[in-house]
Design a protein around this ligand. Structure first.
Ligand code: MSP
Length: 529
């Protein structure tokens, strides 16, 4: 058997200080759609996600809630973060917590290696820190505070005052890696994507890199440095290392060789620098291979602003799935937002796409085709006669789309891949309207009727294979009326040959996307200032 391509994809690991909102759900769904597509094209796929549990932010939240940070993390992981994955049908292969022993132990292995290679030294740190970002800030990163913080400098992202730190820390010699990183971006323009993200990273590194403080000694909720237990590791370095500790770094060389380097780290654009600058510098220092791609996706905006709970625009994923279901959540965000750019969410928009694209577009198509085969041929799928030009258009489209969609997915153009697949939905609906099988049935031309319904049935099956990574529930439901086995076992690039596993007889089905009562759709919130 030919060796399968490895496709190791990661999401950021989420802070457990709070519960998830649709911005987190968006990253998970994008990673899951890519993972499912690659799994279904036969790649050796591994989807990793998890939680980021150390650091001051979690410690403070736990203290405010009068529990230990570990108790707090356990509670949030079980009650909020793992349920998010179930809500959105995420097919992750692993879930790493930074409090896992496999993580903590092998982070120490990595740190010792950096230390032994001479990339770590002691120094005096003096500067600003934002606990919300868990990030050291330059003065140029700060803005003037408003309201209760008027007259103070605050973090531009959290609008809260930063803290002035002055402590003895360990430093990583990141400044040494500037030239190597610039060479990397130059020789591998595909390393940071999309291009706008790459440009931002390149101009940041061109300004020159400073060394990075990698430890804290004023609190102890973190991983202790192996050579000095009075310091804990800076939470971002701890978090980044999950990408290798989860796949065996330090303890299982075979697993590590199989998965690493990752094909892609998907991250929100706010955490791009950590992944495209600090992370490759750390890996270079340790002499490890670099991930193939870091992809920075955009923000979900609500009322024109980055969605945020403090501005009352935060929306929980279950609010959407309770009304429209998880498939619609997945479809909507992947289709409506150009991946890599910001995109606006509104309840009106999802409701209208649900109705026109899912209920009337794909769902109704499936119902009509199966109902007509049942009605005119007692459910026995008819053979096609000679093909007309109109039939051939459909047949050729079904043969062409899988390869084109696959190429889009390979470039992380999820919305373009979906638009490509949707050409079949639109073409097929147009075809049925124009061919009027009901009129052909009346005319008594059985052969023509058979050809039309066979063509439509074949396209519908291929479509269902191609949409399975995006809408696993509806496609599985429809598949059970069309074919034997699991739709996920049909290779996506061979979707046009799906009828090898087709059932001979089919039956009419319940609507895949039932009508939603408009009174259950909430109003889109407006940001409060
Ligand atoms: N713990 C760090 C990541 C460490 S990865 C080694 C972190 N966690 S987070 O929970 O704050 O954010 C996780 C992801 O959610 C980030 O990719 C972030 O960009 C994404 N989003 C948070 N709000 C978002 C929107 N409003 N829109 C889109 N994505 C958003 O950062």
């Amino acid at each position: 058997m030919a060796e399968r391509d490895s496709f190791f994809i990661t999401t950021p690991i989420f802070y457990v200080n709070d519960v998830p909102h649709i911005g987190h759900g968006y990253t998970e769904v994008a990673a899951d759609v890519l993972a499912r597509w690659h799994r279904q094209r036969g790649d050796d796929t591994w989807l990793l996600t998890g939680t980021d549990e150390h650091g001051q932010k979690i410690l403070r939240t736990a203290t405010a809630n009068e529990v230990t940070p570990k108790q707090w993390a356990d509670r949030l992981v079980e009650n909020a973060w793992k349920p998010l994955l179930a809500t959105l049908d995420i097919s992750n292969d692993d879930f790493i917590r930074t409090t896992d022993e496999r993580h903590e132990e092998n982070v120490k292995v990595f740190l010792q290696r950096l230390y032994d290679r001479g990339y770590i030294y002691t120094g005096e740190f003096e500067g600003f820190y934002c606990v919300g970002c868990e990030e050291y800030k330059q003065e140029s990163d700060l803005v003037d505070g408003e309201g209760e913080f008027a007259g103070q400098k605050v973090c531009a992202i959290h609008s809260k005052p930063v803290e002035l730190l002055k402590e003895k820390n360990y430093f990583f010699k990141m400044s040494e890696f500037g030239p190597q990183l610039l060479k990397l971006y130059e020789e591998h323009p595909e390393f940071v994507q999309p291009a706008s993200a790459r440009n931002e990273v390149v101009s940041f590194v061109r300004q020159g890199l400073t060394d990075l403080s990698i430890s804290r000694s004023s609190f102890d909720w973190g991983i202790k440095l192996p050579w000095d237990e009075s310091h804990v590791l800076y939470v971002w370095i701890d978090a980044l290392l999950n990408y290798i500790t989860a796949v065996g770094y330090g303890q299982d060389d075979e697993a590590f060789a199989r998965r690493w380097p990752a094909q892609v780290h998907l991250v929100g654009k706010d955490i791009l620098r950590f992944h495209a600058v600090i992370w490759p510098a750390l890996l270079l220092a340790a002499g490890l291979e670099l991930p193939k791609h870091v992809f920075g996706h955009g923000w979900l905006l609500v009322g024109g602003e980055k969605m945020s709970k403090s501005k009352l625009t935060g929306i929980a994923p279950t609010q959407i799935t309770d009304v429209f279901g998880s498939d619609a959540f997945r479809y909507y965000f992947m289709r409506a937002i150009s991946f890599g750019h910001d995109g606006s969410f509104s309840w009106e928009d999802i409701a209208s796409r649900y109705e026109s694209e899912l209920a009337n577009g794909y769902g109704n198509l499936a119902s009509r085709v199966l109902a007509m085969i049942e009605r005119y041929f007692d459910g026995a799928v008819p053979e096609a006669g000679e093909l007309s030009a109109a039939d051939r258009v459909i047949v050729e489209l079904v043969e062409a789309v899988p390869t084109i969609a696959d190429a889009h997915f390979a470039e992380f153009k999820i919305n373009e891949a979906l638009a490509e697949i949707w050409r079949i939905v639109d073409a097929l609906n147009g075809y049925i309207t124009e061919q009027e099988p009901w009129a052909v049935a009346k005319s008594g031309d059985r052969e023509r009727l058979a050809t039309i319904l066979h063509t439509a049935w074949h396209a519908l099956g291929a479509l269902t294979v191609l949409l399975s990574p995006v809408m696993p529930k509806a496609t599985a439901q429809l598949w059970s009326s069309l074919a034997t086995g699991d739709v996920r076992d049909v290779i996506v690039t061979e979707a046009a040959e799906w009828q090898r596993v087709a059932l001979d007889t089919v039956h009419a089905i319940e609507p895949l996307f039932p009508r939603v009562d408009a009174s259950t759709v909430p109003e889109t919130p407006v940001p409060q200032h």
